[in-house]
Design a binder for this molecule. Sequence first.
Ligand SMILES: [Zn+2]
Length: 296
Amino acid sequence: MIVLMEITIYITLILVGLCMGSFAGAMTWRLRAGELADDKKRGDNYDKTEYKQLKKLAHVKTAQDRSVCLNCSYKLRWYDLIPLVSWLSLGGKCRKCHQRIGYFEPLMELGTALFFVLSFVFWPGQLIEPLQIVHFIIWLIAGVALAILFAYDTKWFLLPDKLNYILIGLGLASSAIITVSSGNPAATIGSIAGSVAILSGMYFVIYLVSRGKWIGFGDIKLGLGLALLLADWQLAFIALFVANLVGCLIVIPLMIMGKLKRDSHIQFGPLLIIGTIVAWLAGAAILSWYSGIVLV
Ligand SMILES: [Zn+2]
């Protein structure tokens, strides 16, 4: 009976994760199209070819509108929108013009589904009380926002405000639940303040020192949302450490191969997102392993 229930939970998480990943992929393009349209309206610099291509999407803002092929404007039908299945059955090409669609959509779908499953497997706490389950669902929704932020920052070096504010809202809800459920609310609030200081405050200082040259204000807002999600200064520290570690693992080989110039811009958003997920799901294990080393 329990096994059957577990299997049901896993299948649900995978299916909902795939659908949410598909939604996140579509939202990434729509947000970009909306932003380019805003830039144009304001008379800012914007990529004209990209705008032309995405203009078809700029009008597609309500949920019932269908996505279109960016090459031939073919309106995707319901059977083109089944996560992963459609992409695989079409060999990664548009049904009508056979233009390659690329790996972005399936990666978003698989990534989000993986996030859903790993979150359940490594959830640091029980999932019995209603409040605990609400907390888990808030984390999953935050994961969808993080998937879009991750993709957006990787592609365009930007973290859209709208998404950052949604993340901060979800972070506040998480922090509230963690505070209410903790035996010592005052200490928890202190730890949340520490988390915010580490993940957001430090960026704010770097932002001020470099006058916005090294990092953007978007990183500070992302840091705030992530800090509130973690709600623990030690976890925040681990997130920052993992982000830097992964950053080094990517940057050093690129430098050795000579593919990275001195003034190359590195997106810190995706690294911080990875760091936060690792810290939340494996932070307790990392801390006990670390204190084991120190004590030995
Ligand atoms: Zn097409």
